[in-house]
Design a protein around this ligand. Structure first.
Ligand SMILES: [Zn+2]
Ligand SMILES: [Zn+2]
Length: 397
């Protein structure tokens, strides 16, 4: 009887049952990581109802053994020290291979008492956390193996093994490794984060890592119309049932067509939405200027110009030596590209160096006057667009 149970389990199954079950349980774990640990606990982008929070904590204990405080603290440190020697898991510093294959180990080692004390504020510290989850980290995983074997027999061991490697491979290896190495960038955030693919399903939306590093306090990780964040779908569903409340979903700004003055309201909106504004600068000012140069260039210059668009728009702190050489070459050969590039740097300096709101406003006004004087049409159009930014009415009332 017991041997029969071990061989076949309580539930009649075929290969598709096993595949569906494995995908469902691993997806639940991913939702726990992205919605609860990441967006709620580490970034406070949403509030979670206590009943749902308890479920998330239980499921994480059952399937991963990861503690909320440990995960939260290491992740906050990652954002605070990104791409430096202090970063707990930077593939730029440690190498992609190390983070991809040993990401989970790197993670575990990073959870020192000092890190937990410095970055772990606001995490659960109730009876069940102190006496159960943090004391019996492996018991949950063993219990999950037992449940799998009871349900499906011997193949339950394989399911349990897949569950065990799912988070280390996808969350620690893919997001922390590849998410800082391969993919596309919507925004020039000041680190190497990239969106791995535009459809965030397999890793719960965490694929959109460049969007996340740009707007870390946003509960929604998709940003463009063609991007999809399944974690956001779950959050909206939880909200419908009163189980979650979104606190932030990205920069607060709006556009008022025809607005032609640069006032304090506009200055705040520009500051809030600066990453999106700079990506529009790349698209509407840098790209047309590079294209115009390309059309009249000889073949040797065209080879350099092909790489110029990305190089001229790249965040300065992560420009590679090769991109630096491209920038130097194109600004030397083209007066228009030099002006466009220098204005990009100057605009970023305005908000980087601002000491207060008045300085920000004065800096932006000066920048607009100088941009208008260049005579470059794309830059002048960009100034017109800048002036249309405003804070949404509800926020300024
Ligand atoms: Zn990251
Ligand atoms: Zn984060």
């Amino acid at each position: 009887m017991l041997l029969d149970l071990l061989a076949e389990g309580l539930v009649p199954w075929n290969v598709w049952t096993i595949v569906a079950y494995t995908l469902i349980v691993t997806h639940i774990t991913i939702v726990c990581v992205t919605v609860y640990l990441h967006r709620h606990s580490a970034h406070r982008a949403l509030d979670v109802h206590p009943a749902l929070a308890h479920f998330f904590r239980f499921w994480l204990w059952l399937t991963t053994g990861m503690g909320t405080k440990e995960w939260t603290a290491i992740h906050r440190k990652h954002h605070a020290t990104c791409e430096t020697a202090e970063d707990p898991h930077s593939p730029v510093v440690m190498g992609l291979g190390k983070i991809f294959w040993q990401g989970f180990l790197v993670y575990r080692l990073a959870g020192t008492p000092e890190v937990l004390a410095r970055y772990g504020a606001g995490c659960p510290d109730d009876w069940i956390e102190r006496n159960f989850y943090s004391k019996h980290t492996w018991a949950g995983i063993i219990l999950m193996f037992v449940i799998n074997v009871m349900l499906f027999g011997a193949i339950g061991i394989t399911i349990g093994a897949i569950q065990m490697v799912w988070i280390p491979l996808f969350a620690a290896g893919v997001i922390n490794g590849i998410g800082h190495f391969w993919g596309y960038r919507n925004y020039e955030c000041p680190d190497a984060a990239r969106n791995i693919v535009p459809w965030g399903i397999l890793i719960g939306g965490e694929e959109l890592h460049n969007n996340h590093h740009t707007y870390p306090n946003s509960a929604k990780l998709s940003s463009k119309e063609w991007e999809f964040d399944i974690g956001w779908f779950w959050i909206r569903l939880f909200e419908t049932f009163g189980l979650a409340k979104v606190r932030s979903k990205g920069p607060v700004s709006t556009r008022v067509e025809g607005k032609a003055s640069l006032d304090l309201d506009t200055a705040w909106a520009i500051l809030n939405d600066r990453f999106r504004i700079m990506s529009r600068y790349a698209e509407n000012v840098i790209t047309p200027s590079v294209r115009a140069e390309y059309d009249k260039a000889d073949e040797a210059t065209r080879r350099v110009l092909r790489k110029a668009r990305k190089a001229l728009a790249r965040e300065c702190s992560i420009v590679t030596a090769r991109q630096r050489a491209t920038i130097d070459a194109v600004v030397k050969s083209s007066e228009e590209l030099r002006v466009v590039y220098e204005h990009r740097i100057a605009l970023m300096e305005v908000w980087r160096k601002r000491a207060n709101a008045e300085e920000l406003l004065a800096g932006l006004r000066k920048w607009c006057v100088e941009a208008e004087k260049t005579g470059i049409r794309a830059l002048q159009d960009f100034v017109v667009e800048l002036k249309t930014y405003a804070m949404p009415a509800a926020k300024t009332a």
